[in-house]
Write a new protein. Sequence first.
Length: 106
Amino acid sequence: MIPNELNKRKQKAIDAIKSAYGTPEQEYGVTMFGQHHIAELGPEYWQKHLGLSKPDPKNVLDLLVLQGTWDEDCVFDFTLPDEVTTYVISVRFDTDGRIEEISMES
């Protein structure tokens, strides 16, 4: 995939993750990812990255970085900076570039 298309797909994935927060379908996915990491990571981490000692779960999603892509750029894995977690939010695209699934994995 050419870099421009890869960047578009990356942004589409981030937008979908943020839109999924708080939905019933993502109670144990995106929503749990944000809530879990607030509870698990100390205030120093949040202060360093967000300037807050205790962020809102949506703030956590603003920090997501692309960990990698696989399956011919059809799956994008996002995580938090500084290798502080083994969890990722994985976004799977179909062959037409539509999002098929968003899940939290470790």
